[in-house]
Design a protein around this ligand. Structure first.
Ligand code: AMP
Length: 312
């Protein structure tokens, strides 16, 4: 593809490359960001390649970020992975470089960057980074393979979601051929702490499900404190309602310290990202996030979910 060649040309051209990804990172955000860093570093050992952003403690097993100074951005190439819109880019210095590339698989509602590679048919950005390496015949280190594999497993719900294609399997087949601790990684991604197990119990116990399969649960600050759960750790229970047969669409309302709600919305088949867009959010057709600023807005979002479920 021309686009992967264009990206490689830019990488060739710059001595310093700084990689960004989205806030509240998930395995695909870190996997694509640091997986690409590893690939560039392996193939261009003389370049300075840096990954920036908040070090999310629950994903410390994947990678840690570098210390990036303002001076590092002078004349640098900046690549933002897995981030649909500029407000969600972690580390606002992404505009301080010389050239900006966006690589993503979310709907391209905010087409930022000097060069864009957006493929909404891709399961994950990690799948795109793997494709980039294969097409451009770049060496993949076992560590890059581990990170990219984790990213793909994360964003496909371990190959359960419809975004999983034959190309996804081609990419993971290739990644699996490298020598990384596959069993350890799989166990890591499948295990949960006992406090998360208890929270999952709460979610199953308190889930409201209507006659059309629309479902919701609210996690208040008091509850998160009770279970000693951070906002980021709620990622571990977001897919739980989807395991129930009757549930078709669901929302988890997570109260934030400032009183507003992060709304994590998921669907088995019906499109829900339009709802998210109406409420200060966005995302994929079947996995989106929104923000709600009152209990009334929580009710409104749930009503909109119910309407989608009813109309099917
Ligand atoms: P989450 O529930 O936070 O895991 O988000 C699910 C999906 O929705 C991810 O692909 C996010 O990129 C997207 N998303 C979450 N919150 C927002 C937001 N405020 N604006 C745009 N997209 C979002």
């Amino acid at each position: 593809m021309q686009i992967t060649q264009d990206i490689l040309e830019k990488i060739n051209h710059y001595d310093t490359i700084i990689l960004h990804r989205h806030m509240n990172p998930d395995p695909d955000a870190i996997g694509s960001q640091v997986g690409l860093k590893e690939i560039i570093q392996t193939n261009f050992p003389d370049k300075r390649v840096l990954a920036t952003g908040y070090d999310e403690p629950t994903l410390a097993w994947m990678a840690s970020m570098d210390t990036v100074t303002d001076e590092d951005y002078a004349g640098a190439l900046v690549i933002v992975c897995d981030t649909a819109n500029t407000p969600r880019i972690d580390d606002k210095r992404y505009t301080s470089g010389d050239f900006l590339i966006k690589i993503d698989h979310h709907p391209n509602d905010d087409a930022y960057g000097d060069l864009l590679w957006v493929d909404t048919d891709s399961s994950s950005t990690s799948e795109l980074i793997t494709l980039f390496a294969l097409e451009q015949e770049l060496e993949i280190s076992p560590e890059a393979a581990r990170l990219l594999y984790a990213g793909i497993v994360g964003d496909t719900g371990r190959f359960l979601y419809p975004s999983t294609t034959s190309r996804t399997f081609e990419m993971v087949a290739h990644l699996r051929s490298f020598d990384f601790d596959f069993a350890g990684l799989s166990r890591q991604m499948d295990s949960m702490s006992s406090k998360i197990a208890k929270l999952q119990g709460y979610v199953y116990d308190h889930l409201e499900i209507d006659e059309n399969g629309a479902s919701r649960v609210t996690l208040t600050q008091d509850l998160l404190k009770h279970y000693q759960i951070t906002d980021a750790e709620t990622a571990a229970i977001v897919s739980a309602p989807g395991r129930i047969e009757d549930v078709s669409v669901w929302a988890i309302f997570v109260e934030q310290a400032d009183g507003h709600y992060r709304v994590r919305m998921r669907s088995k088949a019906l499109v829900i990202n339009e709802i998210a867009k109406r409420h200060d959010g966005g995302g994929h057709p079947l996995a989106s996030g929104a923000n709600s600023y009152s209990l009334e807005e929580n009710e409104q979002i749930y009503r909109e979910l119910q309407e989608v479920a009813k109309a099917k």
